[in-house]
Ligand binder design. Structure first.
Ligand code: IMP
Length: 195
């Protein structure tokens, strides 16, 4: 089966290829599928935004499509930045802005989780969404140089996500968990039928 991934993010493509390759599923980039879309992500939930991205590609290719939407939910900020994670601050100031907004919050109240919803549309247009999450705490300073976004301030045990190697992060991350849930869904349902 071939699945088009509704993203322009090379890291997400690589992660999806690593996970789904062993099922004999080929992940095509939008470019490889001959489409170029960048819809406005104006949903109020991760699921809505994942579906917005998946539908925009499905309408053009009528092939199976996956898309994911992710964000960081901080308990002390009532779940913010959540679905607005990408727009919380300019990309290079996301961590600084979060640290500043949490400067008076003590260590034991800095719990947070990364969330992902992955949407899958099969070739008949039937839709499902599946979740993945990863629990951690927000540190008091940036640590590490890998990854992107909020990785330097998201502490998973005694290391930040930015201190983990990519494969270590994939093994425990929200996106990895959501992709593995979809992997299990494909194994339980005959992927040939989906195609
Ligand atoms: P997207 O819309 O799923 O690409 O993600 C929205 C925003 O959430 C990104 O711009 C990042 O700021 C943040 N984010 C999502 N996943 C991660 C991650 O694995 N590490 C750090 N930040 C992330």
């Amino acid at each position: 089966m071939k699945i088009v991934m509704a993203t322009n993010n090379q890291n997400k493509l690589r992660e999806a290829r690593e996970i789904f390759g062993s099922l004999g599923i080929e992940i095509l980039s939008q470019k490889e599928a001959g489409v170029s879309v960048n819809p406005e992500e104006n949903g109020t939930t991760f699921a809505e935004n994942a579906l917005i991205k998946a539908r925009a590609v499905y309408e053009l290719v009528h092939l199976p499509v996956i898309a994911d939407d992710s964000g960081l939910c901080v308990d002390a900020l009532n779940g913010a930045p959540g679905v607005y994670s990408a727009r919380y601050a300019p990309e290079n100031l996301l961590c600084e802005t979060l640290l500043e907004n949490m400067k008076d919050i003590p260590a034991e109240q800095r719990t947070a989780r990364f969330m992902t919803v992955v949407a899958f549309i099969n070739k008949n247009g039937e839709e499902i969404t599946l979740e993945g999450s990863c629990e951690g705490v927000i540190g008091f300073e940036k640590r590490g140089s890998h990854g992107f976004g909020y990785d330097p301030v998201f502490m998973y045990g005694d290391k930040s996500f930015a201190e983990l190697e990519p494969e270590q992060k994939n093994a425990v991350s929200h996106r990895g968990a959501a992709f593995r849930n979809l992997y299990d869904y494909f194994r339980l349902h005959d992927t040939q039928e989906e195609n």
